[in-house]
Design a protein around this ligand. Structure first.
Ligand SMILES: *Cc1c(COP(=O)(O)O)cnc(C)c1O
Length: 389
């Protein structure tokens, strides 16, 4: 763990553990109107994001204040015209959220409900598109962070394009961590945020857009502050100027994070590190007797869901508190019909950290007989009292 000044490592899907140098980039106050910032930082980031997203021409990028959800909402609200209709593929909490946003914004939509452990069936989607010609846009999540499932974006995008639909991808938890060329896939809008695989700190999201599609969106937005077209237009016209107060410290940290992504060897190298992190995690957990929620063929190198132990003594909060005291923060489950917890492996987290995590988990399995013999039974009781306090 490089983060010796951090109290614990965040094994969550964002915000996640960042490098000290990324955090240090925030130790100064920056002005927003100066060329150093707009031309020197914002425009550089915008260009780097496009280069990271595709080798194909015709793409541009917009940065948007807020959490990742704000960028999803900005995209849906600014891109889909009032007579448009959105098809939402939902196999987890983030797919579900896209449907909720459409509902809030009064966007006509059809949600394909798949539950949380099933991938979309391409033929069934094709039937929907054939039967409902009013659908204009399709939205889906790349890595469904609810479970860690990786969705089949190639097949869905190919179908969308065969039917002439605009494709919107929430690649929040995968962009920068999994190789992906949005131009090769012909994706129209792709959304991600600062505090996921780029390993920056929270505060803004960003959208990679096919410029010709974005240019059609003037005057469509259902919100002033989340007007994606207007934000882009302002940045284009004024060399990186944000319409309203920009998260300057976060943007500086992101700029540093992009340098560090490059130094690591780019997306491919980061993907390999995440993959080996996830492999160490799953192998170690299985050795300790834990079971994965998903079939391995559906896993992503981002986050993994494990079934909670069924032992009556097991309590997530106690387990969580013990691991936190040992320097690791894990994540509760989010699946509705299975008792799970999740462990992420993205961020400034390395193979050594994953081995240390497995050791820490082994000594935190207080419900296990082996643990009870070796450790004082008072430990979990203390943890229980702390939780109640
Ligand atoms: C993190 C995440 C989001 C956005 O979450 P925020 O809390 O708004 O930053 C959206 N979609 C996916 C798939 C995510 O992992």
């Amino acid at each position: 763990m490089e983060n010796s000044d951090n109290q614990y490592l965040l094994l969550t899907p964002g915000p996640l553990s960042t490098s000290r140098s990324v955090r240090e980039a925030m130790l100064k106050d920056w002005c927003t109107w100066d060329d150093d910032y707009n031309k020197g930082i914002v425009e550089v980031i915008r260009k780097q994001l496009v280069e990271l997203a595709t080798k194909y021409p015709g793409y541009t990028s917009v940065l948007m204040q807020g959490s990742g959800t704000a960028s999803v909402e900005a995209t849906l609200g600014s891109v889909i015209p009032s007579d448009g209709k959105l098809l939402v593929i939902n196999n987890g909490a983030y797919g579900e959220r896209i449907g909720t946003i459409a509902q809030y914004l009064n966007i006509e939509h059809h949600v394909v409900e798949l539950g949380e452990v099933i991938q979309p069936d391409i033929e069934a989607l094709a039937t929907i598109l054939e039967q409902d010609k009013t659908i204009t846009h399709i939205a889906m999540v790349h890595c469904e962070t609810t479970t860690g499932m990786l969705n089949p974006i190639e097949a869905v995008t190919r179908l969308a394009k065969a039917h002439n639909k605009v494709m919107i991808l929430d690649a929040m938890s995968s962009f920068g961590g999994i190789p992906l060329d949005i131009g090769a896939l012909d994706i129209d809008f792709m959304i991600s945020s600062a505090n996921k695989c780029i390993q920056g700190v929270p505060g803004f999201g960003f959208v990679l857009a096919k410029q010709a599609e974005l240019e059609k969106c003037q005057g469509r937005a259902r919100s002033l502050s989340l007007d994606l077209y207007d934000q882009w237009h302002c940045m284009e016209k004024n060399h990186g100027k944000w319409r309203f107060t920009s998260p300057t410290h976060t943007v500086r940290a992101f700029h540093q994070a992009m340098i560090e992504l490059h130094e690591e060897g780019g997306v491919e190298a980061r993907y390999q590190r995440y993959r080996s992190n996830q492999k160490i995690l799953v192998e170690g957990m299985e050795k300790l007797g834990f079971k994965c929620l998903l079939d391995k063929s559906l896993h992503s190198p981002i986050i993994t869901s494990f079934y909670s132990p069924t032992h009556p003594e097991y309590d997530f909060k106690i387990f969580y508190t013990q691991l936190k005291a040992k320097g690791f923060v894990i994540y509760p489950g989010k699946v509705s019909n299975a008792d799970c917890f999740r462990i992420g492996n993205i961020g400034d987290v390395h193979n050594d950290d994953m081995h240390s995590l497995i050791d820490a988990i082994e000594t935190s399995m207080y419900w296990d007989n082996g643990y009870a013999q070796e450790n004082s039974v008072s430990q979990p009781v203390v943890a229980r009292q702390e939780q109640g306090a």
